[in-house]
Design a protein around this ligand. Structure first.
Ligand code: 5GP
Ligand code: MN
Length: 322
């Protein structure tokens, strides 16, 4: 697929992204939704996604998202964005039934799924990739806003190394629509509630460094989340804060999602390929940002993760020494 342009005649189209949707996922889904409404106006277009973080209500169409997945419809086309089939969660059976199953993603760990796919790990974000697949004459202010925000979230506001010259060119084209980018980024990326800031402080206070201070780990338990009246969506940004500490090559953040079950976020400055670490434990992601879900005690999980990380750090030291 070179462009999203062969949908004429399709009557029912669904779009979805991954469980626990992040900024790139929500914004990509919203951008494609708006775009397809213009490209194939006669089609029924449905969006299936877990309820996104409240901050994404800055996008008008978020209200159209269906977070109930009990449907018997067999769609003509299903777009799975920013993930592989397994991470679609409850939308997976709907995807599996669809006639055309199209996968658009930028995760290096995704080998592609469905019967048509575009997976380009060199793209900063799924939003950037989608923009390249769109007919730009159909892009309006609302689509531009969504693409811009998706890119901003996955690049840490144009800061991470996945930001390319082309990323900035696209951002510049999008800014010409005149939306208030500064307020959108402030409200969806930087602004934290008091309780979100408190739990971040608590997580940093409880962090532990190991492997000559090159790695750092922290955890938030369900009890802590209850105490601060927060949920998983309120923990965004903690792992990036850990990774920003001077001297840290690799950071691990975990939060409890069930009994002996943790959602793990990994970050790296590039010395360690955390995508490889996450894949070992059934997850995936990028070289510098990845995640997985692990069963077992907190300490067992740290041991298992740190073995993989240590092996890579040793390898890197050996290569440096050569
Ligand atoms: P985060 O730590 O922010 O949840 O995720 C970092 C990156 O890894 C994101 O690109 C995200 O999509 C990916 N990722 C996080 N958790 C998982 C997982 O369980 N499986 C896969 N395949 N990717 C994940
Ligand atoms: Mn994502």
């Amino acid at each position: 697929m070179k462009k999203i342009n062969d949908l004429t005649g399709e009557k029912t189209i669904a779009i979805s992204g991954h469980i626990r949707p992040d900024g790139d996922c929500v914004c990509s889904v919203m951008a494609l939704y708006r775009y397809l409404k213009k490209e194939v106006p006669a089609a029924r277009i449905d969006v299936y996604l877990e309820e996104p973080p409240a901050v994404f209500q800055v996008l008008d169409d978020v209200k159209d998202i269906k977070s109930e997945f009990n449907t018997d419809i067999t769609y003509d086309v299903f777009f799975a964005l920013d993930c592989n089939e397994e991470r679609l969660g409850d939308a997976q059976p709907i995807f599996a039934r669809a006639r055309r199953r199209i996968n658009i993603d930028h995760h290096i760990s995704n080998t592609g799924c469905g019967n048509e796919w575009v997976v380009e790990p060199e793209k900063s974000s799924t939003a950037e990739l989608l923009y390249e697949l769109m007919d730009h004459s159909l892009v309006d202010e609302e689509i531009a806003k969504a693409i811009y925000l998706g890119i901003a979230h996955d690049t840490g506001v144009f800061r991470f190394s996945n930001t390319s010259p082309r990323t900035m060119e696209i951002a510049s084209e999008l800014l010409k629509f005149g939306f208030d980018f500064s307020s959108l980024i402030e409200k969806t990326y930087y602004e934290k509630t008091y309780l979100q800031s408190q739990i971040m402080g608590r997580a940093i206070l409880g962090s532990v460094r190991f492997m000559d201070n090159r790695c750092i780990v922290s955890m938030v338990s369900r009890r802590m989340m209850e105490f601060y009246c927060v949920g998983p969506k309120d923990l965004d940004g903690i792992v990036n804060q850990l990774q920003g500490i001077k001297g840290v090559d690799c950071s691990i953040f975990m939060y409890e999602i069930g009994t002996l079950e943790y959602k793990v976020s990994l970050r790296s400055n590039g010395t360690v390929d955390v995508s490889k670490v996450a894949v070992k434990f059934g997850g995936g992601g990028h070289v510098r940002a990845a995640g997985c879900t692990m069963n077992g005690t907190y300490h067992d999980n740290i041991n298992n993760l740190s073995q993989e990380i240590e092996a890579q750090l040793k390898q890197a030291s050996l290569q440096e020494g050569k």
